[in-house]
Design a protein around this ligand. Structure first.
Ligand code: KG4
Ligand code: ZN
Length: 370
């Protein structure tokens, strides 16, 4: 089957065509149009500007994705319907509905976090359950236990900032621009991670929750101690920035790894998987892989290739395949013989015949867990 994925939850417009057959997944196209240049001026994503750009870019992205995939016949349309920025989500959801109506194809709403997790299934490697997923993005930091496809238990999450958000805010206060993750990791390569003694918030608590806002504040106080009240305007020295970037990055990585290993031991998982935009961080990838190998002898480790870590529509299409194969779709026929399918936002409950594709709504707080 061929699935058309649509992703517009934040500041990337993405359309992908993914083929799934007995051999596995094949990404036929995965077009991503980034808005970084526009939002960089403001130091972060401006929701209404993001929506305007999605509107402008979504049709060209569809055309390019179809062309690269050689115009295949589509069987199912999958669209991110949350969580995310409402103005951005609305563009994708309404575009997908119009497309489904026009092409008379079934449509399914997909949770963005679930998409990040399922980026790990796109390369067709065998992932045995139970699985522990560490989800690290600009909006979320969660440890999720999966006993099987479509069954999630939230073990812990951030109580304040997401880890990607902390990367972005620290980059801003060091005067490095937006988005912070890639710049911090580049600068950290040249710095000394032991130079500044930053806190590892909540690392020794007996739960799986995180907190990153205190770490960001600790960086701010440390910078002010040396450089005064308006450090960025003064212009920090390049060596100082490199050392601070490396020390901050290492503090964040230590907490993420510590909690992931503890959770993997407690729940006796067979696989640890990494996902979300921050999973593109090379140091986190290397160190988590090493820690799993060293501390969890019978556990495998998996992470998506870097370009599938940040927002993209192929991961959304991957989830859709598992949803339809689990028969979580309903079929409905309206007066015009127009077939469409939908999925309840609450994936644990099977949809009722009253639920229609028309009820796929953009939901900024959509949860994977009930
Ligand atoms: O998953 P994603 O693309 O969007 C959300 O769902 O939020 O994640 C974006 C986040 C941003 O905070 C960005 O700074 C971070 O991922 N990020 C990184 C790296 N590349 C992107 N963080 C650390 N290191 C990176 N190399
Ligand atoms: Zn994301």
């Amino acid at each position: 089957m061929i699935i058309l994925g649509i992703e517009t939850s934040c500041d990337d417009t993405s359309i992908s065509l993914v083929k799934k057959n007995a051999k596995g997944f094949k990404i036929l196209s995965n077009v991503v149009s980034s808005q970084i240049k526009i939002h960089a001026t403001y130091g972060g994503v401006v929701p209404n500007l993001a929506a305007r750009e999605h509107l402008k870019n979504i049709e060209p992205c569809l055309k390019q994705a179809m062309k690269e995939a050689k115009n295949p016949k589509i069987d199912l349309i999958a669209v991110t319907h949350g969580p995310g920025l409402i103005p951005s989500l609305l563009v994708g959801v309404n575009f997908a509905k119009a497309l489904a109506y026009n092409c008379k194809k079934p449509i399914i709403g997909i949770n963005h976090i679930e998409g990040h997790i399922y980026a790990n299934w796109l390369d067709n490697s065998k992932i045995e359950f139970p699985v522990l997923a560490l989800v690290v993005s600009g909006g979320h930091t969660q440890l999720v236990l999966m006993e099987k496809h479509n069954k999630y238990k939230l073990l812990g999450e951030t109580r304040d900032d997401a880890v990607g958000e902390a990367f972005d805010k620290v980059a801003k206060l060091l005067g490095l621009g937006y988005p912070g993750g890639p710049i911090i990791s580049q600068r950290a390569e040249k710095g000394n991670p032991k130079k500044f003694n930053l806190p590892r918030p909540m690392m020794n608590r007996q739960n799986f929750d995180f907190s990153f806002s205190g770490l960001k504040t600790a960086v701010l106080y440390e910078v002010r101690k040396t450089w005064g009240q308006s450090p960025v305007k003064l212009g920090l020295s390049p060596d100082y920035i490199n050392d601070m970037a490396a020390s901050f990055q290492q503090a964040a990585i230590d907490v993420l790894i510590n909690k992931t290993i503890k959770a993997a031991k407690k729940y006796k998982v067979k696989n640890v998987i990494l996902s979300g935009g921050v999973a593109a961080n090379q140091e986190l990838r290397n160190q988590l892989q090493k820690a799993v190998k060293k501390e969890l002898s019978h556990v495998s480790f998996k992470m998506p290739e870097i370009k599938l870590c940040t927002d993209n529509a192929a991961m959304i299409a991957a989830v859709a395949f598992y949803k339809q194969s689990l028969k979580l779709l309903i079929r409905e026929e309206n007066k015009n013989k127009f077939f469409c399918s939908s999925l309840t936002p609450n994936y644990k409950k099977k949809p009722t015949s009253k639920q229609s594709w028309l009820h796929i709504n953009a939901n900024s707080n959509l949860k994977l867990f009930t």
